[in-house]
Design a protein around this ligand. Structure first.
Ligand code: SF4
Length: 80
């Protein structure tokens, strides 16, 4: 899975961080960013350091301004 956060849209509501704290963080400007750039490689290992796919989808759905977009490894966008 690939994750994008549009920091122009992000209002720092932090619901993504609350739901998937191993994936999303807030920077010093209060904008969300991806904690692990290479989610694709990590998820293949199924590390317990990663949030599950379901949690990441739930976090993206929770964003009040739809700033998070998710994509399959194939590049196809996951409809939230
Ligand atoms: S839920 Fe949306 S608005 Fe809130 S911090 Fe995450 S990306 Fe930003």
């Amino acid at each position: 899975m690939k994750i994008q956060v549009d920091q122009e849209l992000c209002i720092g509501a932090a619901s993504c961080v609350a739901i998937a704290a191993k994936t999303f963080g807030l920077n010093t400007e209060g904008k969300a960013y991806i904690l692990e750039e290479n989610v694709e490689a990590i998820s293949a290992i199924q590390s317990d350091k990663m949030d599950t796919r379901e949690l990441i989808i739930e976090a993206a759905r929770s964003c009040p301004v739809a700033a998070i977009r998710l994509f399959e490894d194939t590049g196809e966008e996951i409809i939230l």
